[in-house]
Design a protein around this ligand. Structure first.
Ligand SMILES: Nc1ncnc2c1ncn2[C@@H]1O[C@H](COP(=O)(O)OP(=O)(O)O)[C@@H](O)[C@H]1O
Ligand SMILES: Nc1ccn([C@@H]2O[C@H](COP(=O)(O)OP(=O)(O)O)[C@@H](O)[C@H]2O)c(=O)n1
Ligand SMILES: [Mg+2]
Length: 218
């Protein structure tokens, strides 16, 4: 049965009610979602690219979507820009709307959602609006010392890769993001990876986890 989903941002997206009475944004289509979490610089983006190549997922980086929103000159751009420069977390309705649009636009049924949910508000908003539970949460674990080294060497011209903002991002990660990881861990959904190793070695561990999703279709 078709119903109009009401979200704070857009009430016009058609959705289908599923047998259990819930609806998701993709008309009830069965999709696999994996949340990819870890401290700033832990290699989320790097490993997501590898996963896309080998396992055919679509990579949605919440941070990239927000940065594109700034570049596009949208009305929220200035506000998003100042929040990112402070290392803080953008209000969930904005981020979830961007994820929602990207998922609806994609034909794929397998999504890596990178850098999200970063706090409990993000998590609840995704649950309430998108209504898809993650298959699992991939969590990249790495020491702060190594993360600082990587972020200062990242060289992507990001406004938040300076030592002052990096310190703020770490504190937010500990205060707001780790509780989300703990929440999913209590549900047995976290697959923790030692992200302190070289990129190919980390990917070997990632591969073992994704093997069950099969190779990318030709
Ligand atoms: N395992 C690794 N060892 C060393 N450097 C890494 C590793 N993984 C990623 N990097 C580098 O560290 C920086 C941050 O990686 P990135 O994938 O952007 O992390 P995140 O998305 O978690 O912030 C990049 O310059 C990347 O090339
Ligand atoms: N769910 C999210 C993801 C990112 N962001 C913002 O975007 C910034 C960069 O996120 P990112 O995921 O690209 O950063 P990295 O962890 O990849 O370094 C964060 O520090 C937040 O300010 C957010 O507000 N909410
Ligand atoms: Mg990233």
């Amino acid at each position: 049965m078709l119903a109009a989903m009401s979200t704070a941002m857009d009430a016009s997206v058609p959705v289908a009610e599923q047998e259990d009475g819930t609806v998701n944004i993709l008309g009830g289509k069965k999709v696999a979602v994996v949340f990819v979490l870890g401290g700033p610089g832990s290699g989320k983006g790097t490993q997501c690219s590898n996963i896309v190549e080998h396992f055919g997922f679509t990579h949605l980086s919440a941070g990239e979507l927000l940065r594109s929103e700034i570049k596009s000159g949208s009305e929220n751009g200035t506000m998003i820009d100042s929040i990112i420069k402070e290392g803080k977390i953008v209000p969930s309705e904005i981020t979830v709307k961007l994820l929602q649009e990207a998922m609806i636009k994609s034909e794929n049924d397998k999504f890596l959602i990178d850098g999200f949910p970063r706090n409990q508000e993000n998590r609840l908003s995704f649950e309430n609006v998108i209504k898809i539970s993650p298959e699992f949460v991939l969590f990249f674990d790495c020491s702060e010392e190594e993360l600082v080294r990587r972020l200062l060497g990242r060289n992507q011209g990001r406004a938040d890769d300076n030592i002052e903002t990096i310190r703020k991002r770490f504190r937010i990660f500990e205060e707001s993001s780790l509780p989300v990881v703990q929440y999913y861990d209590s549900k047995g959904k976290v697959k923790k990876i030692n992200a302190a190793k070289p990129i190919p070695e980390v990917f070997e561990d990632v591969k073992t986890i994704f093997q069950s999703y099969g190779p990318k279709a030709a």
